[in-house]
Design a protein around this ligand. Structure first.
Ligand SMILES: Cc1cc2nc3c(=O)[nH]c(=O)nc-3n(C[C@H](O)[C@H](O)[C@H](O)COP(=O)(O)OP(=O)(O)OC[C@H]3O[C@@H](n4cnc5c(N)ncnc54)[C@H](O)[C@@H]3O)c2cc1C
Length: 510
C-alpha cells in the first residue's frame, strides 16, 4: 500500500530542493524523487586528482548579509547551514578588440563602481550616477513586487511604479544609450550579459539593471565548500522537516487525466498516486516525453513550442600546479571577448567555428585561496552555445571537437589574460552539451531554461505565475526554466514561489 503524500517533487536540482524544503517546512508530506544517486542537478562538485572542481556556480545573486536579499532570506528561512563567502569584486572584463579593447576590474559598491568607471571612462560619472539612481528605483520596485509575492494589486503597480513599467519594455542596450552612458562605459556595464544568456538588445533593461545593482549593493556570494554545500544543507533540512527523498528513482511518466495531475509512474513500474506534483523538469520535456500525448492540453503544448530554449554550455575545468599569484591570474570572475557588441557575441554562440572568441572564466582560489592545495589553483571556463552549434557532432568527431574547443580556449585565454598556463595543467576535465544533456536530461544539454526575451522575460513570467502559464491542475514547474529565469538564485526563488502557490491551492481546496 502506497503512503499518501501531499506533494511529489520530481528532480532534486536547485529548484526541486528549494520547493521540497519549503513544502516540508510548512508541514506537508513531501516525497522528492531524483533519478541520480545524489542531489543537486547542475549544482555539485567533481573530484579529479587533488582538485575538487565547482561544477557550475560562479556566484549567487540576491544574497547579502542575513535578512537582506531575497535568496538569503529564503535559504535562512529554510534554516540552511552554509558558510557563505562574499565577493568584493563585481567582475573582471577583457575585451581584446585591437582599437576599442579594455581590461578592467570593477569593484562592488555603487560609489566604488562609479569611481572605477570614471577612471576608465573619464566623463562618465554624471550618466553613471543617474543610471545608479534609476537602478535603485528598479531595485525598490522589484522588492515591492516580491513583498506581494509577485502578485501585486495591479492598479497600485501602475500608479506607484509607472516609470518602472515603462522601462520594463525597453531593452538594456537602448536604455543605456537613452540615458547618455558613453559607449565604452555602456560596453563595460554590459559585460554581465551572458549571465542572462541573452544579448543586451533583447533583455529588458529592468531585468539587467536589477541584476547588476543587486550584485553591486548586496555582493555576489558563493559557499565556502562550493555549491554542493548548499545542496547538502537543503537536503538535510528536507529530512529534518520530515520530508522523504528517494535517489536512483527516475520518474518515467506523469499521470495526467482530464487536465488533472493524478500521480507518477517510476521507471521500475511503481505507481505513486498524488494530486499535486511539482516538476523540476522543464515543461518541454514533461509534455514531450512524460505525459500521454492525448492528455497534453493544446494551450500548454503551444506555449512550450512558442518558447525558445536558452543556451547550453561547454565547460572546461583546469587544475593547475601553480598558484593564481604565481601565474598572475587576476580577478575571480572574468568575461573575455573580442568585441563588446553583445548582439554580435550572441550570434557567435551559434557556432563552434574557431573565429568564436568569447567565454567567461572563474578562478575559485581568487575567492577562496585554500580551495585547493597551496601552490595550485583551479580555473573553470564556460562557453555558451545555442542548441544548433552542436547539431553536426557525431560519435566519430566528438572527441576531436572537444579537443579543438579546449585548445582554442586555452590559446585565447593566454593571449587575452596574458597568463601562461599550458605547462601547468595537471588535471583537465570537460563537460560538453552532450554531457549536460545526459546528466540533467534537458534537450541539447540546455542549462539556461527558456531564452529570456522581451515577451518571455522575468516580468511577464512572474506576473502570470500564479494564474499558471501551464494549465494542468495540480502540476506546477520550478527551476531555472521557471518564472524567475535561469540560474541558481532564480531556481531557488522559483522553487519557493511554486511551493507557495501549491500551499495556497491546498488551502483553497483547488
Ligand atoms: C557550466 C554552468 C555554469 C553555470 N553558472 C551559473 C552561475 O554562476 N550562476 C547561476 O546562478 N547559475 C549558473 N548556471 C545555471 C544553473 O546551474 C541552473 O540554472 C540551475 O542550477 C538549474 O536548476 P534547476 O532547478 O532547473 O535544476 P537542474 O539542475 O536542471 O536539475 C534537475 C534535476 O532533475 C533531475 N531529473 C531529471 N529528469 C528526471 C526524472 N525523469 N526523474 C527524476 N529526476 C529527474 C535531474 O537529475 C536533476 O537533478 C550554470 C550552469 C552551467 C551548466
Amino acid at each position: 500500500m502506497n503512503k499518501q503524500y501531499d506533494v511529489l517533487v520530481i528532480g532534486a536540482g536547485n529548484g526541486g530542493l528549494a520547493s521540497a524544503a519549503w513544502m516540508a517546512k510548512e508541514g506537508k508530506k513531501v516525497l522528492l524523487l531524483e533519478k541520480h544517486n545524489l542531489p543537486g542537478g547542475c549544482a555539485g562538485s567533481i573530484v579529479r586528482g587533488r582538485f575538487e572542481f565547482e561544477l557550475t556556480l560562479h556566484e549567487l545573486c540576491q544574497m547579502g548579509p542575513e535578512g537582506t536579499g531575497e535568496v538569503r532570506k529564503l535559504l535562512d528561512d529554510i534554516g540552511t547551514d552554509v558558510e557563505w563567502v562574499a565577493m568584493n569584486e563585481a567582475f573582471h572584463t577583457i575585451n581584446t578588440h585591437p582599437e576599442t579593447g579594455f581590461d578592467v576590474e570593477m569593484p562592488i559598491g555603487v560609489d566604488a563602481f562609479v569611481d572605477a568607471m570614471e577612471r576608465e571612462v573619464p566623463g562618465s560619472r554624471a550618466s553613471m550616477e543617474n543610471l545608479m539612481e534609476v537602478n535603485r528605483m528598479i531595485f525598490d520596485a522589484i522588492s515591492w513586487l516580491a513583498s506581494y509575492q509577485n502578485n501585486p494589486p495591479k492598479a497600485a503597480m501602475l500608479l506607484k511604479w509607472k516609470d518602472f513599467m515603462k522601462m520594463a519594455s525597453v531593452p538594456a542596450d537602448e536604455m543605456l544609450r537613452r540615458l547618455g552612458v558613453p559607449d565604452k562605459a555602456r560596453e563595460i556595464y554590459e559585460s554581465y550579459w551572458d549571465y542572462l544568456s541573452v544579448d543586451c538588445t533583447r533583455v529588458s533593461f529592468v531585468v539587467y539593471s536589477f541584476m547588476v545593482y543587486t550584485y553591486l549593493t548586496l555582493k555576489p556570494y558563493i559557499a565556502k565548500k562550493r555549491s554542493f554545500e548548499i545542496v547538502l544543507a537543503l537536503e538535510q533540512r528536507i529530512r529534518d522537516f520530515g520530508g522523504e527523498i528517494r535517489y536512483n528513482t527516475p520518474v518515467k511518466r506523469i499521470d495526467i487525466r482530464d487536465n488533472k495531475a493524478r500521480g507518477v509512474e517510476l521507471a521500475d513500474g511503481t505507481y505513486i498516486p498524488c494530486k499535486r506534483i511539482i516538476s523540476n523538469i522543464m515543461p518541454t520535456v514533461v509534455f514531450d516525453k512524460m505525459v500521454d500525448p492525448k492528455e497534453v492540453p493544446a494551450r500548454d503544448k503551444k506555449l512550450c513550442e512558442a518558447r525558445t530554449l536558452g543556451p547550453n554550455g561547454f565547460v572546461i575545468y583546469l587544475g593547475l600546479d601553480a598558484s593564481a599569484d604565481q601565474l598572475g591570474i587576476k580577478g575571480y570572475d572574468t568575461f573575455v571577448r573580442e568585441t563588446a557588441d553583445t548582439e554580435v557575441l550572441f550570434e557567435k554562440c551559434k557556432t563552434r567555428k574557431s573565429h568564436r572568441r568569447i567565454f567567461n572564466y572563474s578562478c575559485l582560489n581568487r575567492a577562496i585561496p585554500d580551495a585547493s592545495e597551496p601552490g595550485t589553483c583551479m580555473i573553470m571556463f564556460l562557453l555558451l552555445y545555442t542548441a544548433d552549434a552542436f547539431d553536426d557532432v557525431t560519435e566519430e568527431n566528438y572527441f576531436k571537437i572537444k579537443d579543438q574547443i579546449v585548445e582554442e580556449t586555452i590559446d585565447y585565454f593566454e593571449e587575452a589574460a596574458k597568463v601562461k598556463i599550458r605547462d601547468h595543467i595537471e588535471e583537465l576535465v570537460t563537460a560538453s552539451p552532450v554531457t549536460l544533456a545526459r546528466y540533467i536530461g534537458t534537450p541539447q544539454g540546455n542549462c539556461y531554461g527558456y531564452a529570456v526575451d522581451m515577451w518571455d522575460g522575468m516580468l511577464p513570467r512572474t506576473m502570470s505565475g500564479e494564474k499558471e502559464d501551464y494549465t494542468v491542475k495540480g502540476l506546477r514547474f520550478c527551476g531555472g526554466h521557471g518564472t524567475q529565469m535561469d540560474g541558481y538564485s532564480q531556481a531557488y526563488l522559483s522553487g519557493r514561489e511554486v511551493a507557495r502557490y501549491t500551499l495556497k491551492d491546498m488551502e483553497e481546496g483547488r
